[in-house]
Design a protein around this ligand. Structure first.
Ligand code: TEU
Length: 560
């Protein structure tokens, strides 16, 4: 029987490489995670999403899986995982597994077999096509681009065939149109569900279904060349329903899909309850409000209206027949207090708590990325050597290839790098920020750990973590915060975000000053005699409907 437990859940994301290294080998591990479960529960989280823990050669740090039923030995053993699951459940924390099933590692036995001979039974598990001959040149089967730069096709040895990879060349796309592939995926999902996990996060799920026959993208006007043939493909809805019928709905599970630039219409269909596809998806449109055309390395001045639209539109459109998620950070994005035009030294506490308030008081299930709850900031990387994410290097090389000076290219990379989220957690001011006992971590630490760390935050009068605790209590227990309908005010305002949530006779007003300037604002008419539920400043200056907000001040009022 499916319940709707996810509706008042709060999900905390752990990126296992960088959370806690218990055996001091430089890699985070399961034992380390177990030692911090109380910290996660005490924050107010009710579920944990684990970025991939499976066996992987780590070309894309776990997002290239070589065995879907094995735990990677650097993290621990299957027995360790089972203990983790038990320890989570003992604390009433649900467990959400990452499922990277658009592609497998090229070291997966299926792929190895597939490319070993043309008669391999696994040949049709992947997308393998002959290249195009042009004179004595052999071109890829189509002009499709990989999300991670370059052609999406890689030649198989010296043959005239290529396989498709929409991400790294070590991540080969599966052929979802082959029923044997779907049978296997169903089996994998049931394997983990039977073990007791409570749900999944599907990696780039809306790329599962491709348009055949493979052809060139002549328009080239889509987000990336070829995208119109592999985003929201023709069988997407059918395949999701199949996974639901044959696996997800057999348990009290929850699934969130990570969408890649979906159309509005498809996005809505994925989460429509009656469609029986996914419970929720992630929408990231608001996180593009400080970059050019969704390209995260290219900075533009922060546009609050774009942010508001991205954050609030899905809340309105999924309200009647679906559910939503609320995201500020994850392992693919820089730290939220270090972007959106925020001075993360001067206003770290104020901005971190304002961002949390205006994001998580919306309609949807909150997702919190590890470290966000302590207001961790970006890292001042000194050179490309300090960046481990292959994408940072691909894009850097591409920029240099276009003739950009190295220094300028590096500054672009530093702006959008996923590495900011992947440096070790900053637990305290001991060596390596308390991530381990001194062994060089796989990814350099943020030197700021001496000043900015969890312990210091907890000891401070201005603790981001303690503010999160209070905010999440409201989010989980106040019915209006969970079920209320979102209505935005004053969309055009470039400094203030203001919206209400309405449920039965009650109303919440959420207001935030998204600027470093003191700002006067006239509250919506309806809001007479409200009660203040929470603010990140001790004092809230309201008189009648007039409010004066301090830099990055946020407040939530309730009208009964
Ligand atoms: O990410 C999908 C994705 O396309 C982006 O978030 C991507 O990371 C970004 O555009 C690059 O700058 C998912 C995972 O979250 C990511 O970590 C994986 O690398 C990717 O899929 C491939 O599995």
């Amino acid at each position: 029987m499916k319940t709707d437990w996810y509706k008042n859940a709060v999900v905390y994301q752990v990126y296992p490489f960088s959370f806690m290294d218990s055996d001091n080998d430089g890699w985070g591990d399961i034992e380390g995670i177990i030692s911090k479960l109380d910290y996660i529960r005490d924050l107010g989280a009710t579920a944990i999403w684990f970025s991939p823990l499976y066996q992987s050669p780590d070309y894309d740090y776990g997002y290239d899986i070589s065995d879907y039923r094995a735990i990677d030995e650097k993290f621990g053993t299957m027995a360790d995982f089972e203990r983790l699951l038990e320890e989570c459940h003992r604390r009433d924390l649900k467990v959400i597994m990452d499922m990277v099933i658009n592609h497998t590692s090229t070291e997966h036995p299926w792929f190895r077999d597939a490319v070993s001979s043309e008669d391999s039974p696994y040949r049709d598990w992947y997308i393998i096509r002959k290249g195009k001959r042009e004179g004595d040149r052999l071109l890829p089967p189509s002009n499709w681009e990989s999300t991670f730069t370059g052609s999406a096709w890689e030649r198989i040895g010296s043959s005239d065939e290529f396989y498709l990879h929409l991400f790294c060349r070590e991540q080969a796309d599966l052929n979802w149109d082959n029923p044997a592939v779907r049978d296997e995926i169903v089996d994998i999902l049931n394997f983990w569900l039977a073990k007791g996990v409570d749900g999944f996060r599907f990696d780039v799920f809306n790329m599962f279904s491709k348009v055949y026959p493979i052809r060139d993208d002549d328009q080239k006007d889509t987000f990336q060349t070829g995208a119109q043939y592999y985003v929201d493909g023709p069988h997407m809805h059918e395949y999701l329903r199949e996974l639901n019928d044959r696996a997800l709905s057999l348990y009290d599970s929850y699934t969130v899909g990570e969408s890649f630039h979906p159309s509005e219409e498809d996005a809505h269909a994925y989460v429509k309850k009656e469609n029986r596809e996914l419970d929720t998806i992630f929408n990231f449109a608001h996180l593009d409000a400080d970059n050019i055309a969704g390209k995260k390395f290219f900075r533009k001045p922060f546009d609050l209206r774009q942010f508001k639209k991205g954050l609030l539109d899905p809340q309105v459109s999924y309200y009647r027949d679906g559910w939503n998620t609320l995201v500020l950070e994850n392992h693919d994005n820089p730290r939220s207090v270090s972007r959106f035009g925020i001075d993360d030294r001067k206003y770290r506490y104020e901005a971190a708590t304002m961002l949390a308030t205006i994001t998580y008081m919306g309609f949807g299930t909150p997702f919190i990325y590890m470290g966000q709850e302590a207001g961790l900031t970006n890292t001042d990387f000194r050179s490309m050597d300090e960046l481990k994410d292959p994408v940072s290097h691909f894009v850097y090389d591409l920029m240099k290839g276009y003739g950009l000076p190295a220094k300028l290219a590096f500054s672009f990379i530093k702006y959008g790098a996923r590495d900011h989220a992947r440096v070790p957690m900053q637990w305290d001011d001991s060596v390596n920020g308390g991530f381990n006992k001194g062994h060089a971590p796989w990814q350099c630490v943020n030197p700021l750990y001496r000043e900015i760390n969890v312990r210091k935050d907890l000891e401070s009068d201005h603790s981001v973590y303690r503010y999160y605790q209070k905010l999440l209590q409201i989010k989980k227990n106040n019915e209006t915060a969970v079920y209320g309908e979102t209505h935005e005010y004053d969309h055009e305002n470039r400094r203030i975000i203001c919206y209400s949530r309405t449920w039965k006779r009650k109303k919440l007003f959420v207001i935030g000053n998204f600027s470093s300037r003191r700002t006067k604002y006239r509250l919506p008419e309806l809001m007479d005699i409200p009660e203040l539920l929470i603010s990140n400043y001790d004092d809230v200056k309201v008189s009648g409907l007039d409010i004066e907000l301090e830099p990055y001040q946020a407040a939530v009022f309730e009208k009964k």
